[in-house]
Design a protein around this ligand. Structure first.
Ligand SMILES: O=c1ccn([C@@H]2O[C@H](COP(=O)(O)O)[C@@H](O)[C@H]2O)c(=O)[nH]1
Length: 302
């Protein structure tokens, strides 16, 4: 990986420059309609590239949601590839290179051998679906993510591991206590709630990284007191914390300020519909993103 700036360092620089906001590219059928576009591949392409054109170089990161591209089949996936490529060069050069970082929200997770194929698709140099980071699901066991962890580290990319998700149904899995509760596992990480265990595993991978490591967590801005309730140590993670739930799901400045405690400097707030609803006028999109970024900055950095 010599010469490649790791994702954690690139994201930290982008958040310092543009504010701690990630804009989700979620081309819902209803948004396409509101923008005067058809719910087909042409509409999907027009919508997504307009977002990149308007906000590229102006926000810390984009988070294209793979599902909205997959629902249009192979031609939709080709649009996702185009969006990732466009973000790479969009807008003025940033501190970690040209363009805007992309976090591909595909939430992949499988047994290790298949995870290797997902890693090749989303994290390998030269793969058209590879952005700067990928969301992954650890619910086949954190260790099943090893191929992605290894390839991300080798290519300077990042991961966001689902930890405490923004939806209310996540509770029954993420707050559950593991069998090894209270005891150290084979790698020295103690048990506890599932969420706390996932965070502790990420912390091991990020140990000693500066300004932060590249193995992040997804921690919704909507989760109330779940960080404390699950005993999840977000400070020890020393990695980026992707916080969806801002805007359309109801979280705002107050929730961002109270949810993350001393880990808030590492938080990247994420809003999709909350910003996209301002379109299609590019100036209105820029204003909406600026307002959301300023609110996130006030909540997380003051
Ligand atoms: O816990 C999670 C993990 C991922 N998401 C994704 O983020 C966006 C949220 O969209 P909004 O329009 O801002 O509500 C969407 O792609 C989700 O799949 C999440 O919401 N919560």
């Amino acid at each position: 990986m010599s010469g490649v700036v790791p994702f954690g360092a690139r994201l930290a620089a982008a958040m310092d420059e543009h504010g701690p906001l990630c804009v989700g590219i979620d081309p819902h059928a209803s948004l396409l309609q509101a923008w005067g576009l058809r719910d087909d591949v042409d509409g999907l392409r027009e919508f997504s590239l307009r977002v990149v054109d308007a906000l590229g170089g102006r926000v810390a990161a984009f988070k294209p949601q793979a599902a909205f591209f997959e629902r249009h089949g192979s031609r939709g996936l080709a649009v996702l590839e185009e969006v990732i490529a466009a973000a790479r060069t969009a807008g003025p050069a940033g501190p970690g290179g040209a363009g805007t970082l992309t976090i591909v929200d595909a939430k992949r997770g499988d047994i290790g051998s298949t995870m290797g194929a997902y890693a090749d698709a989303f994290l390998a140099d030269g793969s058209p679906l590879a952005g700067d980071a990928l969301t992954v699901s650890p619910y086949l066991g954190f260790g099943s993510l090893a191929p992605a962890v290894e390839l991300a580290a080798a290519t300077g990319r990042g991961l966001f591991v689902l930890c405490l998700t923004s939806n209310k149904e996540g509770f029954e899995v993420q707050h559950a206590r593991t069998e090894v509760s209270g005891q150290a596992g084979p790698d020295g990480v103690p048990g506890g709630t599932v969420a706390a265990l996932m965070a502790a595993r990420a912390a091991v991978l990020n140990a000693g990284a500066e300004p932060m490591g590249s193995v992040g967590l997804v921690v919704g801005a909507t989760i109330g007191d779940a960080v404390a309730a699950t005993g999840t140590d977000l400070v020890a993670v020393n990695g980026p914390l992707l916080a969806p739930g801002v805007g359309a799901q109801g979280a705002g400045e107050r929730e961002l300020a109270t949810t993350f405690g001393d880990a808030r400097r590492n938080v990247l707030a994420s809003s999709s519909r909350g910003v996209l609803a301002a379109g299609p006028d590019p100036d209105a999109l820029v204003r909406a993103a600026r307002t959301a970024a300023q609110e996130a900055k006030t909540a997380l950095r003051s």
